[in-house]
Design a protein around this ligand. Structure first.
Ligand SMILES: *[C@@H]1O[C@H](CO)[C@@H](O)[C@H](O)[C@H]1NC(C)=O
Ligand SMILES: *[C@@H]1O[C@H](CO)[C@@H](O)[C@H](O)[C@H]1NC(C)=O
Ligand SMILES: *[C@@H]1O[C@H](CO)[C@@H](O)[C@H](O)[C@H]1NC(C)=O
Ligand SMILES: *[C@@H]1O[C@H](CO)[C@@H](O)[C@H](O)[C@H]1NC(C)=O
Ligand SMILES: *[C@@H]1O[C@H](CO)[C@@H](O)[C@H](O)[C@H]1NC(C)=O
Ligand SMILES: *[C@@H]1O[C@H](CO)[C@@H](O)[C@H](O)[C@H]1NC(C)=O
Ligand SMILES: *[C@@H]1O[C@H](CO)[C@@H](O)[C@H](O)[C@H]1NC(C)=O
Ligand SMILES: *[C@@H]1O[C@H](CO)[C@@H](O)[C@H](O)[C@H]1NC(C)=O
Length: 802
């Protein structure tokens, strides 16, 4: 069924509208070396300074009154010459004899009275209409203009026989502008047959129609009549005129412009046209005067497909409305357009109507139109744009009995929903519903046809799309532009949505789940919203920016920040903010991660380097230092009681007692041993520290046993520390038994370092080397001892530290 409508409209367009466009060149003049645009330049002559290359010359709407061969003969390539709306009174076509390419010559709207003939055979478009010719300016030579497609003529006196020279031409468009005088002495014998696709008569405005000629048109094209003023008397004259024109069996499209007629005559014209080979009837600007009276007649079978009446003016107010409506509602055609009229109503057809397409735009129809009407069963398209509809519920009821209705245009009314209790009852077949430019609020979503695919709700008063709306699973295109929506809709209720238009709303924080829930979106227009450029918007910007430009319309130019002020006016595309400052999760994760890393580092240090041990020792050390620092300097000097402190493992004590001590004490050196000199009551650590403090040197007896002993490490640590603090060379390392380096636990990195840096004295196994060994040990003391006394040395050390 719907296949009919397309071709029907297309044929009409091809035959009438397209030929119309071909007939009149409407292109805009663009100045160039080939085109001279001098319209409205107050010219009285054609300028002399034109380029010889000029192909198109527009000198329309000037004051040119004369045209000479010298004006244009040098423009040998001239194709288009527009001279309309000037003051030319006579023309000799031979002035164009050097313009062999001239195709388009427009001399309309001048004051031409006389024309001399010459065959300008290249002409395709010749317009001589709206001039002051007495008789039709047709030369015999016109019969030779085989390329001619458009011919415009005008005459005060119309003698159909004058058309004879052009009868053989096959024109696209013949325009005849006629005055009041018609002369046709011998109608019966002189039938004029014209071959043209469009025949357009323009009669005198404001004078009664009186043309009595016998003209026939051999075409399946268009017959257009402008300015038809009828009364009860001349109605038959007009009908006879039409009768001659529409004599042939070929189909015509009839266009009547500016018709003023009594109601009875209009009905007579319908009655006449219905059985004729006419397919389309268009009436533009119809004035109905006199009384509307009932005329009984039944439309006969017809080839008419469409009637279109635009702009009706009524000069009568007292009439039976139903009589008028009945004439239209009973038409047995497919398409009816009645628009831009003061009609308030249309009747429901009495019987099953063939209407498939009804266009009632720009009338004043109310909600009662087609109320409980069940005869419009074929109706597929109903257009009620720009009427006075108010109640959407009532309109939904209207469609209830239209089982074929697919397209319903209710745009530009005052529709709202007034009864909340009632449910809307739409025709199930509706797929396109246009509700734009009404006063609907979000409650409209409770009142929509269940199978709608295209829904236009732009320019209404919708503030949000409620969650609990009817499930519109077929909806593919939703237009909610120019409303007051604050967010993008989700697609849970519109599972097929593929196109969304939501520009010019109040969307500031579009929800990010839109792109997840609306997987089928193929086109989106969301610009011109007051976007708030904050963190939440980044996801939207990212998603939108990723889509291709044929999906997102007008991106990026219409997507701008509205808030906060520093960003106002900048394009969303250019809005950037660091991910960290936006994402709380990311922020937390970052903090937690760095804390974990810190904790791991601390743990690692504790496990691997025995950090707590060192910290503990440091603490002890500083405490002890503080304590000793409080002791006066003299006392401290006196404190240096020993030459050496010996640190060793208990397991090596035999060597210490049997070898080391005897050898050192032999030299009169005072040695501090922990089992001998430790003060009872003090902690071990304190004892160690004090022993180290009171000793000039510290001797370490290194062996695998030493490594096993934790105390020895303490001692080494403190001694080493003292070395660092005081910068003195107070360590003596004796390697009793070799220690494989990887035997030293890595947490004693101090020992490792000491082992690596310091040259230590190895205890030789051979007895012969023992002498040298002891000499070396004693040398360590001797050098120092010869330089300073014990007490002075201590004093120097102490003052250095302070
Ligand atoms: C033509 O003349 C009118 C009135 O004399 C003047 O206003 C207008 O600017 C003139 N136009 C040109 C293009 O000279
Ligand atoms: C015009 O056509 C006639 C015949 O119809 C012919 O005799 C005449 O020569 C033609 N004129 C030109 C200029 O072609
Ligand atoms: C027009 O001419 C034809 C053929 O000569 C004739 O049959 C017809 O009656 C005429 N029409 C009128 C209105 O005189
Ligand atoms: C009508 O036009 C057709 C072709 O367009 C042509 O064959 C026929 O002779 C024409 N009839 C008259 C009366 O000119
Ligand atoms: C309509 O036609 C009348 C004459 O019938 C004319 O006076 C009027 O200007 C026309 N209106 C429009 C809008 O063309
Ligand atoms: C309905 O009629 C109006 C007025 O003639 C016209 O502008 C509009 O395009 C028509 N609508 C359709 C769908 O043909
Ligand atoms: C709805 O009607 C308006 C005019 O009233 C028009 O601009 C718009 O394109 C129509 N929408 C659809 C989807 O046809
Ligand atoms: C409207 O429809 C709903 C659900 O279909 C139903 O529960 C309710 O009763 C209906 N209301 C009226 C007034 O018919």
């Amino acid at each position: 069924m719907s296949q009919d409508k397309g071709p029907v409209i297309r044929t009409f367009h091809v035959v009438c509208i397209m030929t119309l466009i071909v007939g009149t060149i409407t292109q805009i003049c663009e100045e160039s070396e080939f085109e001279a645009c001098m319209s409205k330049n107050n010219l009285t002559h054609i300028p002399k300074n034109l380029l010889p290359t000029t192909k198109s010359l527009d000198v329309s709407q000037n004051y040119i009154s004369e045209l000479q061969i010298s004006d244009i003969s040098f423009l040998s390539g001239l194709k288009v010459l527009k001279l309309s709306h000037n003051r030319i009174q006579r023309i000799d076509l031979s002035i164009f004899k050097f313009n062999q390419d001239l195709e388009h010559l427009d001399l309309s709207h001048n004051q031409l009275r006389k024309m001399s003939c010459y065959p300008v055979v290249s002409l395709k478009h010749l317009d001589l209409s709206f001039n002051d010719f007495d008789v039709l300016p047709i030369c015999l030579e016109f019969g030779n203009l085989t390329q001619l497609s458009f011919l415009g003529l005008s005459a005060v006196k119309f003698q159909p026989l004058d058309l004879l020279p052009i009868a053989s031409l096959h024109l696209n468009y013949l325009l005849l502008v006629l005055g009041d005088n018609y002369v046709d002495e011998n109608m019966k014998e002189n039938l004029q047959v014209l071959n043209t696709k469009i025949l357009h008569f323009v009669f005198q405005p404001n004078s009664l129609f009186s043309v009595q000629v016998n003209i026939s048109v051999n075409t399946s094209g268009c017959l257009q009549l402008t300015n038809i003023k009828l009364n009860d008397e001349n109605c038959q004259v007009f009908v006879n005129f039409l009768l001659g024109l529409i004599r042939g069996p070929t189909l015509l499209n009839l266009i009547l412009n500016h018709v003023e007629t009594p109601w009875t005559c209009l009905v007579n014209i319908f009655r006449f046209l219905w059985p004729r080979p006419v397919e389309y009837l268009n009436i533009y600007n119809l004035t109905i005067d006199q009384k509307v009276t009932e005329i009984k007649f039944i439309y006969p079978a017809t080839t008419l497909k469409a009637v279109k009446i635009e702009h009706i003016t009524k000069r009568v107010f007292l009439f039976s409305q139903t009589v008028l409506y009945r004439v239209f509602s009973e038409m047995n055609i497919l398409m009816l357009t009645i628009s831009d009229t003061p009609l308030v109503h249309m009747l429901c057809p009495d019987t099953r109507s063939p209407f498939k397409f009804l266009n009632f735009s720009q009338n004043v129809f109310t909600d009662s139109v087609f109320d409980t009407c069940s005869t419009l069963v074929m109706l597929e398209t109903l257009i009620l744009q720009k009427n006075s509809l108010k109640n959407l519920f009532k309109v939904s009821l209207m469609t209830k009995n239209m089982p074929s209705l697919k397209t319903l245009d209710l745009s530009g009314n005052s529709l709202g929903i007034h009864t909340h209790e009632q449910n809307c009852t739409w025709s199930e077949s509706i797929v396109l519903l246009n509700l734009s430019s009404n006063v609907l609020t979000e409650s409209v979503f409770r009142c929509l046809p269940p199978k709608v695919e295209v829904l236009d709700l732009h320019s209404n008063r919708i503030m949000n799309i409620p969650e609990d709306v009817t499930y519109l699973e077929s909806l593919q295109e939703l237009n909610v532009a120019f409303n007051s929506l604050t967010d993008l809709p989700g697609c849970d209720t519109f599972s097929s949505l593929s196109a969304l238009i939501i520009d010019h709303n109040l969307v500031s924080h579009p929800s990010t789940d839109f792109f997840q829930s609306c997987q089928k979106i193929r086109s989106m227009k969301a610009g011109n919203n007051p976007f708030h450029c904050t963190c939440e918007l980044r996801e939207f910007i990212k998603n939108t920016g990723q889509l291709s430009s044929d999906i997102v319309w007008d991106w990026p130019e219409t997507y701008k920040c509205h808030y906060p002020d520093p960003y106002k006016g900048i394009l969303l595309k250019d809005f950037h903010v660091s991910p960290l400052s936006c994402n709380t999760t990311l922020l937390i994760v970052t903090i937690v991660t760095s804390m974990l890393v810190l904790a791991a580092t601390v743990t690692f240090l504790c496990l691997y380097f025995d950090l707590p041990w060192y910290l503990r020792m440091m603490c002890q050390w500083t405490q002890t230092r503080r304590r000793t620092r409080n002791i006066p300097l003299e006392e401290l000097q006196r404190n240096l009681q020993f030459h050496a402190f010996v640190s060793y493992s208990e397991l090596d004590s035999a060597w210490v007692k049997n070898e080391l001590l005897p050898n050192l004490e032999k030299e009169n050196l005072q040695i501090c041993l922990h089992e001998r000199n430790f003060v009872p009551g003090k902690s071990i650590v304190e004892n160690i520290i004090s022993c180290i403090e009171k000793s000039y040197k510290s001797i370490f007896v290194l062996s695998p046993n030493f490594i096993q002993s934790e105390w020895c490490h303490y001692e080494l640590y403190f001694a080493h520390h003292k070395l660092f603090w005081e910068g003195s060379n107070n360590l003596i390392l004796i390697l009793l038994k070799p220690i494989p380096e990887n035997n030293i636990p890595s947490k004693y990195h101090k020992l490792r370092a000491v082992m690596a840096q310091r040259t230590y004295l190895e205890w030789p196994t051979e007895k012969s080397k023992h002498g040298l060994f002891w000499a070396n040990v004693r040398a360590a003391f001797n050098i120092k001892l010869t330089l300073t006394s014990d007490y002075d040395d201590a004093k120097t050390l102490e003052s250095q530290e302070i």
